[in-house]
Each structure stands twice: as structure tokens, then as C-alpha cells.
Design a protein around this ligand. Structure first.
Ligand SMILES: [Zn+2]
Length: 320
């Protein structure tokens, strides 16, 4: 072979070696990214709660890479009245908080039963605390929208809000087991162009020994970092509030969960919320110690103060 041929072979060999090296490097980087994406542990200070919140509908999320197929028509949600906001909220530069008191109306949420009788209902406490929180935030010049401000379902006329062709049977709490009620809540927050979604709940379980507080956010949204920030602030604020009130509440940590109001799109079933947010389960109504605290004189001030503190700090970090 002459020098030119040898050089060409060298160049070809070099190119092959380089291509293989690049491919290997890409594979290694890809594997690392993949392992980071799927195996990174939660932050050390945030143990993952062990219980599944009872209020979470269990529709299966879409896979990350769906195979190509005909797209269902985009559902057209029925219009939902926005309560508690004026027409200027989106333009006046103030941060907008969408407070979502869970349940309502025929949907009692979690309950405490004594002697076969319901003595506490989640829907009452979350509304009471949400209204108090809204008042405090408005005093601090936040714009506030509530998904409900009275004891009612958010979709009381049982509309097919999410456009999936299904509504709940009349005359029972199953109405809120459909996605329509939850879609209505999401729509209110979206219509208000809210900067933060705060879904207020109390927990409950058949196991009366389960107790404590937990905060949930979705890790698969474009703004999940902000949601995690808020969830972390909320978790800390609750911890401080219970300690300050002298209640030794059980810390169930921060969890990742596909709650409907904070979760991603479900094609044909759900148009998602467009802002960071978290679902907060304050304590267990079904646990005697937690329930006693919830009914105590300082409970509302402690709980509402914790929400207020976390929201204010969040907007210090991310001004609206
Ligand atoms: Zn709830």
C-alpha cells in the first residue's frame, strides 16, 4: 500500500474508533441520565409517605412515550363560574393563589365516626380553614380564588365538565368520584391564571391508628421544581405549627403522587392545571389524637398560619 492508501485506512480506522468512542460515551451519559431520572432517591429530609391518600382517583397515567395513534378530540369543558375574584386579577400584577378546599356538598371527604355516627367531616374543616386562609392572604394583598366557598360540590349540576361523555349517577356522593368535579376545580384555577394551586385536605383511613400530616406534589410537570419548593415549605410550616401548638404530630413526609388537580394531562379525560401546586393532608380525622387537635382552639390558627407562612415564603422565592 502506498502512504496515501495507508493514511486513508488510518483515517478510516480512526473514524471508526472515534465513532465507537462517541457511541460508548453517549451510552454512558444516557445510562447515567436514565438512572438519575429513574433511581434518584427523594431528598433526605423528605421521607415518602406510606399511605395512599384515599381521595386520589386511580386512573392510569399515560405512558411517557405513547405509540402514535389517532388523537381524541379535545374536550370542551362546560363553563364554570369563578367565585371570589374580580375581573382584574390577571392584570394587576399581584400573585394569584387558587385555594381548593377538597370535597363539599354530598361528598363529605374523610370522616370521624363515633358510635356509628359521623361526628367530623373533612369537607367542613377544609372549607373553614380555606376561607380563613383566603381572608389572611387578601389582607396581605394576594389575589385569591377559591374552587368553592360554600358547602357544595364544585360541579353541582353534574355537567360533563371534562368532556369524556360520562357523568355520575344522580343522588349520591359518586358525583365527585367522576373526574368532572376535579376538572371543574382545575378549570377554576386555570381560568384565574393562578400562580399557585393549594389543595386543602384532611386525611382518613380505616386504620384508626394512622395519623399525621403529609404533603404531595407531582414530579412530572414542567413546573415540578416549583411544586417541590412549595411542598417543602408547606411541610416545614406544618411541622413548625404543630410544634408551636404543642402537638406532637406524626410527620409522614413529602410524597410524589399523581393527584388529579396537580397531575399531568390525561388525554380525553383531563385538561391539567397550569400552575405549580401541592395537595396537603393536614392530619387524620379518623385518628383520635389528630381529631382532638383539629377540634382544639388553636388548630385553625396553627393550620391556617402554616399555609399562610408557606405561601408567603414561596412567593418570596418566586414572585408572582
Ligand atoms: Zn380530602
Amino acid at each position: 500500500m502506498d502512504w496515501r492508501q495507508g493514511r486513508q485506512q488510518d483515517i478510516a480506522r480512526g473514524a471508526i474508533v472515534l465513532a465507537v468512542a462517541v457511541a460508548v460515551a453517549l451510552l454512558i451519559v444516557g445510562a447515567r441520565l436514565g438512572s438519575q431520572r429513574f433511581t434518584s432517591p427523594p431528598p433526605p429530609s423528605t421521607p415518602v409517605p406510606t399511605a395512599t391518600p384515599v381521595s386520589t382517583p386511580t386512573a392510569t397515567p399515560e405512558p411517557a412515550t405513547p405509540t402514535p395513534r389517532p388523537q381524541p378530540p379535545t374536550p370542551t369543558p362546560a363553563p364554570i363560574a369563578v367565585t371570589g375574584v374580580d375581573d382584574l386579577y390577571a392584570q394587576d400584577g399581584r400573585a394569584i393563589v387558587c385555594i381548593d378546599p377538597g370535597h363539599g356538598g354530598e361528598d363529605l371527604g374523610n370522616v370521624l365516626v363515633e358510635d356509628g355516627r359521623i361526628v367530623l367531616q373533612e369537607k367542613d374543616f377544609v372549607l373553614e380553614h380555606s376561607l380563613a386562609l383566603a381572608a389572611r392572604l387578601r389582607e396581605r394583598d394576594f389575589e385569591v380564588v377559591l374552587t368553592r366557598d360554600s358547602d357544595t360540590e364544585v360541579n353541582p349540576s353534574n355537567e360533563d365538565v371534562n368532556g369524556d361523555g360520562e357523568v355520575a349517577p344522580e343522588g349520591g356522593p359518586a358525583r365527585t368520584e367522576q373526574l368532572d368535579d376535579l376538572q371543574a376545580r382545575v378549570n377554576i384555577c386555570n381560568l384565574a391564571s393562578a400562580d399557585l394551586l393549594v389543595s386543602v385536605h384532611y386525611n382518613g383511613a380505616e386504620n384508626e391508628f394512622l395519623q399525621g400530616y403529609e404533603v404531595w406534589f407531582n414530579g412530572d410537570r414542567p413546573f415540578s421544581g416549583r411544586s417541590e419548593t412549595f411542598a417543602t415549605l408547606m411541610h416545614e410550616a406544618l411541622e413548625d405549627a404543630y410544634a408551636g401548638a404543642g402537638y406532637d404530630a406524626n410527620d409522614r413526609g413529602i410524597g410524589l403522587e399523581d393527584h388529579v388537580v396537580t397531575g399531568p394531562e390525561r388525554p380525553g379525560e383531563l385538561i391539567p392545571s397550569e400552575m405549580p401546586g401541592a395537595v396537603i393532608e393536614g392530619l387524620f380525622l379518623s385518628n383520635a389524637d389528630d381529631a382532638a387537635f383539629i377540634q382544639s382552639d388553636q388548630a385553625e390558627d396553627s393550620l391556617v398560619g402554616a399555609y399562610e407562612e408557606a405561601i408567603m415564603t414561596y412567593f418570596d422565592v418566586y414572585p408572582g
